[in-house]
Write a protein that binds this ligand. Structure first.
Ligand code: ADP
Ligand code: MG
Length: 808
């Protein structure tokens, strides 16, 4: 019966006029009498035991009676009289000791006596809770108590609902229960929401509401509220910081602390134990515990939503034999409500929760509270464990502590008077689920992803803990933990590495002494990460081991996605066994290396920079990647014209009448083609004509080459003759002995030589360049081709000219 959203009046609204008038009259009398009785009340008397001992209105009395509340709890007996008299109260009492009624009764009563009721009265009391679930529970108690005759309009604002719908109802409210964020939202955005006449402000789980997380919201809310008001603060653990009290403008508050002088800070009916459980055994121990307690209601606390999800999802698939539930702040409101309702109603169930469920929630009859992840401080411990052994019922709390957490945490708990005893886990009864988890993670990438996330958030939460005496980052076996979650390797976590920078340096120094082969062998070996931890790991080992990069580097995931997909399937066929999962990531990493190596094949062998300082640029529209190994090549990229040259040539297409592109040859009419004879014959004919053309061209080419050779020989002889005659031709200087004719001829020859050289040079140069662009095989082919063509310039002169052209 969890109600959500705003509800209207707590009584049917159709009251006959006459009846209403009658009631008003009765109320008047009632109110006056009550006022007097409250006036005479001695809050420090201490003799009040039952609710009926107090001057309460008829509707409240009825409400209490219908809920079977007769005898007050300690905190109620002390706080209610004071609150009725209008004092500000700082109430502290153990979990499950009935604090809710300690403020609900005064709220109803004080507003009743003030007749702060009806649409025009505006908001009379504001009750703030740190979580939605708790707000709902408080609202439920209020409703139960108020429905026997009170006329207040009470509402619940917790977010997750339409703001607009809430707005409409909000203006009519007399009592409002809500979470800080949503209340502030309405105060700042809902114009008609009038709080000027607020009489009471209540903070349940006050220490939580006043701490850092809510500070800004709460301060802003206070700004809107009138200073003249009654303020009630309640919590199981309460700080009495003066600054907090000043923030709330409390006036001479009464400290009502019923259990302060108690030997323990937790209920007497609560049995509290802790076990020493290394990180890597947590999953096994928890599973075994649940298996051994199937006929109970268990609440397990974890440090983050991610772990809750992982444990819930994985355990769910292993037939735990007990209904599993989970709750965390990242769920939708509906799911959260559903879960709390289900867990409340369940006889046997196990609920995995974050600290959203740690405070205030009153689940009936919880047998065990298991704190799987160590609480951040003793207060959190107390609140968590307080979900069981409520209102004199019995309950047990079990805290899992890693060996390194024991000393620090026990110190904190001792300081808060928490009696806790060490117990042992029966090793015989402990089942190992590691291989099952590993197998599940292997088969289901989504679960593996969850495990990775869970691991990372866990590590992060430890890293961010304030209490460094309890949470010693370096003492945790994270690798073992990752393996226990079913992960094939330990996800890389930056801060863990940063923290270990020194060690890392040392390790790499040592690694130098380890031979390369051993490092390689280790990289290929695919056992659990734990084994590797014992030997020195090099940078490359770590690189090979990095199997979960997708947790932290999305782009990496994209890079290797296709490879992964392919190898995943293969692996599944080959190794269905536990611990083999690493293979998929490993392979994917391995793949990246040959891909890079193949690039070096592209580079000409005589190029030195095959490994260092070279980049590969994939030009759009070019089949081959471009290797940038020098400044000149890099500059090349800046020129549009040059880049265009590197692109693959487009081909000519012809468009038909319908605008569809076709290859040029395609468009010939089939009939025409056939008319010219059989295809075989046509081909023969074509080859013949082509051969003729080529032969002709060949003759011409040879003649031209011969002429050129002749010319060159002549030129060389000329030069030799001139040298013999002492003419300096090197700088083109002209001496008296040389006639114009010769000179001109000389120049012409030079020009010709350089010209032909240039032309050829260009051609050769291009050949080279395309060579560079080619991949391995092609390059070698190109070389062979180059050799054949080199035969063409037959003389040394040819070569020289060619070289000159190249240089030119
Ligand atoms: P707290 O806020 O101190 O943790 P709650 O107000 O949630 O405790 O109350 C714990 C349980 O005790 C609730 O289930 C509530 O119904 C019950 N309870 C509270 N006061 C009384 C009372 N006077 N008589 C009987 N049961 C009570
Ligand atoms: Mg409470």
């Amino acid at each position: 019966m969890v109600s959500s959203g705003i509800t209207g009046r707590t009584r049917p609204t159709k009251v006959k006029k006459h009846a209403a008038a009658q009631k008003r009259k009765r109320d008047d009398v009632d109110v006056e009498k009550l006022e007097q009785a409250v006036e005479e009340l001695d809050p420090r008397n201490g003799s009040y035991r039952d609710f009926t001992d107090l001057p309460l209105s008829e509707p409240t009395k009825q409400g209490l009676k219908s809920s079977h509340f007769a005898v007050m709890t300690d905190i109620q007996a002390k706080a209610i009289p004071l609150a009725l008299k209008g004092y500000d109260i700082l109430g502290a009492a153990k979990t499950g000791s009935g604090k809710t009624l300690a403020f609900i009764v005064p709220v109803l009563e004080n507003l009743y006596r003030l007749q702060h009721v009806g649409m025009d009265a505006g908001l009379g009391a504001l009750i703030i809770s740190p979580t939605r679930e708790l707000a709902i529970q408080i609202f439920e108690v209020l409703r139960q108590l108020g429905k026997q005759g009170h006329m207040f309009a009470a509402g619940l604002v917790i977010g997750g609902k339409s703001l607009e719908a809430e707005r409409q109802a909000l203006t009519r409210m007399n009592i409002l229960v809500g979470t800080p964020g949503r209340i502030l939202q309405h105060l700042s955005q809902t114009v008609a929401f009038n709080v000027d006449d607020l009489k009471m402000l209540v903070l349940d789980e006050a220490d939580r509401i006043l701490d850092m997380g809510f500070q800004r919201d709460v301060d802003a809310i206070i700004e809107y509220l009138p200073k003249e008001r009654q303020t009630l603060l309640f919590s199981a653990t309460q700080s009495r910081k003066l600054s907090d009290l000043a923030r709330l403008s409390l006036q001479d508050p009464e400290y009502v602390s019923v259990h302060a002088e108690d030997r323990t800070a937790t209920p007497k009916t609560l049995q509290q134990n802790y076990i020493i459980c290394p990180l890597e055994e947590k999953m096994d121990t928890l599973w075994s515990f649940i298996q051994a307690s199937k006929k109970s209601k268990i609440l397990c606390f974890f440090s983050s939503a991610k772990i809750v999800r992982f444990v819930y999802e994985s355990f769910r698939h292993m037939q735990p034999g007990i209904p599993l539930l989970h709750i965390h702040g990242r769920q939708k409101q509906g799911a959260r409500l559903d879960t709390t309702a289900k867990f409340s109603a369940a006889k046997y169930s196990c609920l995995f929760a974050t600290d959203v469920a740690a405070r205030g929630l009153d689940f009936p009859a919880v047998d065990f509270v298991i704190q799987v992840d160590c609480p951040e401080d003793a207060d959190t411990y107390i609140h968590r464990v307080g979900r069981t052994a409520r209102y004199n019922r019995e309950g047990r709390g079990v805290l899992f502590l890693a060996p390194s957490e024991e000393e620090g945490m026990l110190k904190r708990l001792e300081a808060k008077n928490v009696p806790i005893e060490l117990i042992n886990v029966r090793q015989k009864k402990r089942q190992s689920i590691k291989s099952q988890l590993t197998h599940m993670c292997f088969k289901d990438p989504a679960l593996k992803y969850l495990a990775q996330k869970a691991f990372v958030t866990y590590a992060k939460s430890v890293y961010l803990q304030k209490d460094k005496e309890t949470f010693k980052l370096k003492e945790y076996d994270f690798e073992g933990f990752a393996a226990s979650l079913g992960l094939p390797g330990t996800p890389r976590i930056k801060f863990l590495k940063d923290d270990d920078a020194k060690q890392k340096k040392q390790a790499s120094r040592e690694a130098l002494e380890v031979s390369d082969t051993s490092a390689e062998g280790e990289g290929e070996e695919d056992g659990p990460a734990k084994k590797k931890a014992k030997t020195v790991r090099t940078k490359y080992d770590r690189m090979f081991e990095r199997q979960n990069q997708d947790v932290l580097a999305d782009h990496y995931k994209k890079l290797v996605k296709n490879d992964l997909d392919a190898t995943d399937a293969d692996d599944q066929d080959l190794n269905g066994e536990a611990g083999e999962d690493a293979e998929d990531d490993f392979l994917s990493v391995k793949r990246r290396i040959p891909a890079e190596a193949s690039i070096s094949d592209v580079v000409p062998e005589d190029t030195e920079a095959t490994t260092k300082d070279q980049k590969v640029v994939h030009l759009q529209g070019a089949k081959q990647p471009l290797i940038i190994d020098s400044k000149r090549r890099e500059n090349l990229l800046k020129s549009k014209k040059k880049v265009l040259k590197l692109m693959d040539r487009g081909k000519k297409l012809v468009y038909d009448d319908e605008g569809n592109p076709h290859e040029v040859y395609e468009l010939e009419d089939e009939m025409d083609f056939k008319a010219r004879g059989l295809p075989g014959e046509q081909r023969k004919k074509f080859i013949e004509t082509a051969r003729e053309i080529v032969a002709e061209a060949d003759v011409q080419d040879k003649a031209a080459a011969k002429a050129k050779r002749k010319e060159k020989t002549r030129k060389r002889k000329e030069r030799e003759r001139m040298e013999a005659e002492g003419v300096d031709v090197e700088d083109g200087g002209v001496t008296l002995d040389v006639n114009q004719e010769d000179l001109l001829a000389n120049f012409r020859a030079d020009a010709e030589a350089s010209e032909s050289g240039e032309v050829r040079g260009k051609k050769w140069f291009q050949e080279d360049e395309s060579d560079e662009e080619d991949k391995g095989k092609k390059k070698r082919k190109g070389k062979r081709r180059a050799k054949v063509e080199i035969e063409e310039p037959q003389t040394l002169e040819d070569m020289e000219a060619l070289a000159a052209g190249l240089l030119g």
